[in-house]
Design a binder for this molecule. Structure first.
Ligand code: HEM
Length: 390
C-alpha cells in the first residue's frame, strides 16, 4: 500500500522512490491529516499553476498550509490576481533579462572576490563559506539592499529555515528570525526615507507602488523585502552545491564543461532539474476542481511536488539520468504560471558565473565526503554543508 507523508523519515531520506510511485499509482494523493492533495506529475502542476482556483493567499509553505504555525504576511507570493498582477508588473522590469545582463560584471566581481578568499585555504564549504554569502550579496545588489549587511541577512535567512527533530515545520527560532528580518527592513526603509534615497531600484519601485490608492506602510514594505531576500538567497546555495556534487560524481561531464564553458547554461538547468531542493510549495482551493476524475473540494490544500515533476517520465526521457547536454523544453524548478520565479534571470546568471569561475580555477576539485552534512526537512532538502578540496 502506497503511503506518502512529507514528514516521514522515508521521504526525508530519499523522496524519489516515493515520488515515482505517486506519479504512477496516485497522481492525486490525499493527505487526510492536513486535508491536502499532493500533485506529483509534471503536466498537472504546470497546468494548475495558472488555474485561478489555486490560490496562494493562505500561504505557500508547509508551515502555512499544512502545520499552519507560520502566519501569512502580505508578500508577492501570497497574493492572488488581480492585486498580484499589478504588483508583479510594477517590479518585474527590474528583474528582466536585460537589467540582469547589466548586473553581470558586479555579480562576477562578488563571485571572484568570494572565491579568491576561500580558495586560499585549499578547502572550503561550498554552502557556508561561499554560496550562502555570495547569493545574499547578489540578491542585495539586484534589489537595492545594502550589500555590506549581507552576512547579517544570511544568518537570519539560515535561522528562518532551521528545523528541529520532533518539531514539524518551523521552529521558534525560525519564527524569531522572521521577526528580526522584518525589523531590519523596517529600519532600512526608514533610514532610506530620511536620507532621501531615490535610486531606480526594487526597493523604491515597491515604495512608489500604489494598490487601490494606497502605498505600502513600513511593515508591509518589510514583508515584501523579506520575501525577496529569502527567495533570492536561500535556494541558490543549495542548487549550486548540488551542481558541485553532481559534476564531481560525473567527472567526464565536468571535464567537458571546463574545456568548453559554453555548455554551462544548460548544465545549470540540468542541475536544477535533477535535484530541486524545495520539495513542494502549496496552494489552497477557492472552489471545487475536477482532476483525474475526482472532485477536489474548496478549501483543500494542494502540494505541488516540484522535484517529482522534474523527474516525471511522461515529460523527460530517462529522467533519473544526469546529463548536462539535455535541453528540456521546460522544467519546474522555477515554478510556472502566476507565481513563476521573478528572480529567474538573476539565478541563472549567478549559477552560470559561479560554475564558470569555479571550473576555471579548480576543474579537478574533490568533494570530502566525510564532511558532508545533509538537510533533512519536509520542505527543503539537499546539503547543509559540502566541503571541497583542490
Ligand atoms: C536557484 C535559485 C532560485 C530558485 C530555484 C527559485 C525558485 C522559485 C520557485 C519554484 C518559485 C515559485 C513559488 C511558488 O510556486 O509558489 C519562485 C518564486 C519567486 N522567486 Fe525564485 N528562485 C530562485 C532564485 C530567486 C532569486 C535570485 C530571486 C530574487 C532576487 C527570486 C525571487 C522570487 C520571487 C519574488 C518569487 C515569487 C513570484 C510571485 O509570487 O509572483 N528567486 N522561485
Amino acid at each position: 500500500m502506497l503511503e506518502y507523508d512529507p514528514f516521514s523519515d522515508e521521504v526525508m531520506e530519499d523522496p524519489h522512490p516515493v515520488y515515482k510511485r505517486l506519479r504512477a499509482e496516485a497522481p492525486l494523493y490525499y493527505l487526510e491529516k492536513y486535508d491536502a492533495w499532493a500533485l506529483s506529475r509534471f503536466a498537472d502542476i504546470w497546468d494548475c499553476s495558472s488555474h485561478k482556483a489555486f490560490s496562494a493567499a493562505r500561504g505557500t509553505t508547509s508551515s502555512q498550509v499544512l502545520t499552519k504555525v507560520q502566519p501569512v504576511t502580505p508578500m508577492l507570493n501570497t497574493m492572488d490576481p488581480p492585486d498580484h498582477t499589478k504588483l508583479r508588473s510594477a517590479i518585474r522590469p527590474r528583474f528582466a533579462r536585460a537589467a540582469m545582463a547589466g548586473m553581470e560584471p558586479t555579480v562576477r566581481g562578488i563571485v571572484t572576490d568570494c572565491l579568491d578568499e576561500v580558495m586560499e585555504r585549499g578547502r572550503f564549504d561550498v554552502i557556508g563559506d561561499l554560496a550562502a554569502r555570495l547569493s545574499v550579496k547578489v540578491t542585495c545588489t539586484a534589489v537595492g539592499i545594502p550589500v555590506e549587511d549581507g552576512d547579517l541577512l544570511s544568518d537570519l535567512v539560515w535561522r528562518f529555515f532551521g528545523r528541529e527533530p520532533g518539531v514539524d515545520g518551523m521552529t521558534e527560532d525560525g519564527l524569531a528570525a522572521a521577526q528580526e528580518l522584518s525589523a531590519y527592513f523596517v529600519q532600512m526603509v526608514r533610514d532610506r526615507e530620511r536620507a532621501g534615497h531615490d535610486a531606480d531600484d526594487v526597493v523604491n519601485a515597491l515604495r512608489n507602488f500604489e494598490l487601490n490608492g494606497r502605498r505600502f506602510d513600513d511593515e508591509e514594505m518589510a514583508s515584501h523585502l523579506s520575501l525577496l531576500i529569502i527567495g533570492g538567497s536561500e535556494t541558490f546555495p543549495k542548487t549550486f552545491a548540488n551542481g558541485v556534487f553532481r559534476l564531481w560524481q560525473h567527472k567526464d561531464q565536468r571535464r567537458r564543461l571546463a574545456e568548453d564553458p559554453s555548455g554551462i547554461d544548460d548544465a545549470y538547468l540540468e542541475i536544477l532539474r535533477y535535484d530541486m531542493p524545495t520539495q513542494f510549495l502549496c496552494r489552497t482551493l477557492t472552489e471545487d476542481v475536477e482532476l483525474h476524475g475526482q472532485t477536489l473540494k474548496k478549501d483543500a490544500g494542494i502540494l505541488f511536488l516540484y522535484p517529482s515533476a522534474n523527474r516525471d517520465e511522461r515529460e523527460f526521457d530517462d529522467p533519473d539520468r544526469f546529463d548536462v547536454t539535455r535541453k528540456p523544453a521546460r522544467i519546474l524548478s522555477f515554478g510556472a504560471g502566476t507565481h513563476a520565479c521573478l528572480g529567474l534571470f538573476v539565478a541563472k546568471m549567478e549559477g552560470r558565473v559561479c560554475l564558470e569561475e569555479l571550473l576555471a580555477r579548480a576543474p579537478d576539485y574533490e568533494v570530502d565526503e566525510s564532511g558532508i552534512e545533509r538537510l533533512r526537512t519536509e520542505f527543503v532538502q539537499g546539503f547543509a554543508s559540502l566541503p571541497v578540496t583542490f
